[in-house]
Design a protein around this ligand. Structure first.
Ligand code: OSB
Ligand code: MG
Length: 373
């Protein structure tokens, strides 16, 4: 299929609740929406780089630059039959994995629509529903946290992740354990601790947590291996894992026992699948992380999370947990049993609401292939 046109939009959507982590507080989310057109069909993807370089070095600005000046020119006007061809075309671009992933996702959607199959089928997933959880930001106090968790449990979520940081950890975890003894609970530090915190982390080890996510340096693999030896709770790496190679290093060094897969962080569905398959063969559990995506990115996450080895609930929540209005229809919902349905229509399986997309668009750029000679 010839790639005729690519459109990128910088979007900004207001969050329903501010989201506080060890990296700061977000009130809205900035991402890039990629639309790829060919043969009268449109494919959609979302670049999850944020407005600031606090989670990743990539930002909306760097991704805009890399897409405009390197990735789009490489692909525009070429004939693509497989996403792998696009991956190969921009392999010479080092890093900038979020920029690549959002573009690759749009190409997957476009090619799935041409084949008249769902993105789920094209990725190799089969489950009709996936288990989902909710990621809760640092709350002002224990009372607020308990209320927030209770509300999400009422909505059906079966697994809760709370963000932690030094000074905002043990009392919150203890209060949740006292109140909800059976709760499937995990914590995410976003690199807020060091090896000096080992005594504190060993205390955290006593609360029956499912996992502790990225306690140490955002690019570290070695020190996590030292920490893992001292804890019974599995560590899970997020920020440190950018590729299959990082995954092999982390598992080889026993730096973690669980891997968080986010297609944006690892450069797209193609690399995500390699990591998924490697972990499956090593009998290591993976789960699907989240980047507060709009429905466009969420649709891709849901399809990917339907692969067999995503055996733990993902950070994939209902549209309304994030945004007042999603930019896709239907919005994503969580079922009373804590699962989410995997769209079965062609491609991402949800429709983009153009009016709502226009409303959240900050700027837009269109690239057209030269006319065929
Ligand atoms: O560390 O998993 C993270 C959101 C933005 C950046 C990093 C992270 C997160 C989340 C949100 O935890 C998960 C979600 O999308 O529900
Ligand atoms: Mg994380």
């Amino acid at each position: 299929m010839r790639i005729e046109r690519v459109e990128i939009r910088h979007i900004r959507i207001e969050l329903v609740h501010p989201f506080t982590t060890s990296m700061g507080t977000e009130f809205d989310e900035e991402h890039i929406i990629v639309r790829v057109d060919g043969e009268g069909l449109s494919g959609w993807g979302e670049v999850v780089a944020e407005g600031n370089p606090y989670y990743s070095y990539e930002t909306v600005q760097t991704a805009w630059h890399i897409l405009s000046d390197f990735l789009i020119p490489e692909v525009l006007g070429t004939n693509l039959a497989e996403p792998q061809q696009a991956v190969d075309l921009w392999a010479k671009v080092r890093g900038h994995r979020m920029a690549k992933a959002g573009f690759e996702a749009a190409i997957w959607d476009l090619l799935a629509k041409r084949r008249q199959i769902s993105l789920q089928e094209m990725l190799g997933g089969s489950r009709k529903t996936i288990e989902v959880g909710v990621s809760i930001g640092i709350q002002p106090n224990v009372t607020d946290l308990l209320k927030t968790v209770e509300r999400y449990l009422d909505e059906g979520y079966r697994r809760v992740k709370i963000k932690i940081a030094p000074g905002n950890d043990l009392p919150f975890i203890k209060a949740l354990r006292d109140e909800f003894s059976e709760l499937i609970l995990q914590v995410d530090a976003n690199s807020a601790y060091t090896l000096d915190h080992i005594p504190l982390l060993r205390e955290m080890d006593t609360f029956g947590l499912l996992l502790i996510e990225q306690p140490l340096g955002y690019d570290d693999i070695y020190e996590h291996s030292l920490l893992q030896k001292q804890l019974a709770t599995p560590l899970c790496l997020d920020e440190s894992i950018h590729s299959l190679a990082d995954t092999k290093a982390a598992l080889g060094l026993e730096s973690c026992r669980i891997i968080n897969i986010k297609p944006g962080r690892v450069g797209g569905f193609t690399e995500a699948k390699l990591i998924h398959d490697y972990c499956r063969d090593q009998r290591v559990a993976v789960w699907h992380g989240g980047m507060l995506e709009s429905g466009i990115g969420r649709a891709g996450n849901v399809a990917l999370a339907s692969l067999e080895n995503f055996s733990l609930p993902g950070d994939i929540s209902a549209s309304r947990r994030y945004y007042v209005e999603d930019i896709v229809e239907p919005a994503f919902e969580v079922n009373p049993d804590g699962t989410m349905n995997v769209p079965q229509e062609h491609g991402i399986g949800v429709e983009v609401n153009q009016k709502r997309l226009d409303k959240v668009t900050v700027r837009k750029k269109v690239f057209k292939a030269p006319a065929r000679k």
